[in-house]
Every structure is written in structure tokens, then in C-alpha cells.
Design a protein around this ligand. Sequence first.
Ligand SMILES: NC(=O)c1ccc[n+]([C@@H]2O[C@H](COP(=O)([O-])OP(=O)(O)OC[C@H]3O[C@@H](n4cnc5c(N)ncnc54)[C@H](OP(=O)(O)O)[C@@H]3O)[C@@H](O)[C@H]2O)c1
Length: 346
Amino acid sequence: MSLSSMPDNIIVRLNRVPDPGVLPADIFDLVTEPVPELRSGQILVEILYQAIDAGSRGMLDSAAGYVLTVPPGDRLPASASIGRVFSSLSDQYGEGVLVRLFGGTRQRYQRIDPSRCVGLQVLEPDVGEPLHYLGILGITGFTAWLGITDICRPVPGETVLISVAAGAVGSAAGQFAKALGARVVGIAGGATKCQYVRDQFGFDDCVDYKAADFTERLAQACPQGVNSYFENVGGAVQRAAFALLRDFGRVAMCGQVAQYNGGGEVPGANLMTVVNRQLEVRGFLAHVHYHRLPEFMAQVGQWYREGKLVQPCNVVQGLENLHEAINSLVEGRNIGQQVHQLTASR
Ligand SMILES: NC(=O)c1ccc[n+]([C@@H]2O[C@H](COP(=O)([O-])OP(=O)(O)OC[C@H]3O[C@@H](n4cnc5c(N)ncnc54)[C@H](OP(=O)(O)O)[C@@H]3O)[C@@H](O)[C@H]2O)c1
């Protein structure tokens, strides 16, 4: 492809540190720049869809304590993308092929060196719903699988408790725990979400943390206590969940979404419970374990092909609407995987 026929790139940059809460429309700048020139072996991918995660908000403000913070003026990292190869100097990835990749930034065209790109996979027409490769078959599912199989380690009959149960990671974690034979109880915001978690994700029960009698209802939903807890949120929900853990219970510390929306740390569990009940509380970062992706795909891919897994995707269109795609998480409007479609459907 000659340089004259190359499109312009549009790159998203953070305008300033946002105030706590929902993001205003001018929080990101869309900057037009030339697409980078390809070197031997590289491909240029036109990005079509990108995952939106709880961390997409957390990374905008250091007060969130998230694993990374984007300084104003910088590009925004994306956890995973789906795109079409626009031009190619690679023997392996031809023009027009649909691919999924991990990492990269929020921009219209991404230059990729396939030998150095994690999670790069050609999406054939028969591999399943492409958007699931951003979610339950992507980093989201991988995160849930690590927390469940490495740390929660449920055996049939045990109770696993999962916070942010209607979200992308939480809904996947619950379905994996069910597939392993556990009794699974979720925690989510609102009666409608809780019903969805029970009816569609197949959890045995789900409790609304916004209800006035949440703590009592949670105890009723876990009459034998909890053997393991998949922790996504922090704050009052964490406090109630830790109180139900049985002796030698396991806690997978996956995230603290209650502090990602600005405003800083939120007080959580009474940590004397960790001592008194001899709990195992372990944090983890999915990207550190990428070498285990084949193991993940072998187990979760099998459950997926058997039709055991469900993941709705909530799509927001338009580069100029990225703030809205993130606000959907901040305001709890999403069920399942939140997805940003960079342009309107063609
Ligand atoms: N450790 C890792 O490597 C890793 C990797 C990926 C993700 N994670 C973690 O996984 C968790 C889930 O992330 P996700 O991307 O799947 O997001 P998500 O669960 O799809 O979406 C966020 C949900 O969080 C809830 N929420 C938002 N603000 C809240 C607040 N202030 N207090 C309580 N709940 C709030 C809302 O659900 P409700 O309506 O139910 O409140 C919202 O729908 C996060 O903690 C994230 O950091 C960790």
C-alpha cells in the first residue's frame, strides 16, 4: 500500500485528571496523526472493537491505586482489541484477516509486530462469537479462571461467593465455579441484575448490595458460610463477605472497583478475620501469568464449546463516545462485557 493511500490515525489521549465520578465528554482528546510506517514482518490493524474494563476508569486517577496511572497527554492503554489487518508485511497475517490482540492503546490503527504481541489470534468465522474473544475467551475470562482455579480452588459442594457478579470478570468467575461443581452465590447492584445473575449466569443465588438489609440477606444466602471469596470490589461489600468466610477460607483479591471512580480508598474488611479464621488471601495480576493462556483455553474453550458459558456484551459506538462506554461501568449499567466499537457499524 502506498503512503498516499494510507489513512490518518486517530489517537485517544487523556486531557486531564478527571474529577471523581462520571467522565465529562471533553475528558479525552482525539488527535489525528499519520499512521506509522510498517517494518518487515509487521502488520497494521484497523481496530474495530476494544474491551472496556473497570480499570479503564481506575487508570485515569492515581487516587484509585490501580496497577497503572495514565498521565494527562498520554495515550490510553487498552486491555484487548479486535481488528482487521489493513496492510501487512507478514507472511502469516494477510490483509483482511480478523484478529484479536492483547495490549496496545486506544487508537484507530495499531502497528503490530506479531512475534512480540501477546494474545494475537486469527478469528476464523467458525470459532464462535468474535466479541467473546475480548471477554470470556480473553483477558476477562483468563482473570476469572486464574482466581477461581488457583486461589478459590472450589471442590464440589463448597460455597464460592463472588462480588460484582453481573460484571465481565465476576459473571465468568461464577460460571467457572459452577462448572467445577461449587454452589455459587453472587453479589450485584439491584434486583434486576441479581435476577439476571441467577437466571442467565446460573448462580445459585445473588444478593443486592444496595438493599438496606444486605448483610442479613447475604448471611441467609450462605447458611453454611463461605469457603472461598472472589473479591472485585472492596468497601462494605468486602467487609460483609469476609465475615462469612469459614476457617481456612480462600480469598482471590482480583480488584477494588469501589475505589476506581475517584475519591480514594474505601475502608473494607476487619482483617482480624484473616488471623482468627486462618484465611489465605492472595492478590494476582493476570498479565503476569500470560504463559498459562494455552492451559486456560484448553479448559475454558472446552466449556465454551459445550455451551456452558454465557456472556452478553454491551456495545457503545464511536470514538467520541469512549467516555460514555466507561461511564456505563461507573454507573453500573453494564451486564457482562463492556465493549467500545470505534466506528458505527458499516
Ligand atoms: N487482577 C487482575 O489482573 C484483573 C484483571 C481484570 C480485571 N480485574 C478486576 O476485576 C473486577 C471487575 O472488572 P470488570 O472489568 O469485569 O468490570 P465489570 O465488573 O464489568 O464492571 C464494573 C461493575 O462494577 C460495579 N461498580 C462500579 N462502581 C462501583 C462502586 N463504586 N462500588 C461498587 N460497585 C461498583 C458495577 O456493578 P454493580 O451494578 O453490580 O455495582 C459495574 O457494572 C475489577 O475489580 C477489576 O479491577 C482484575
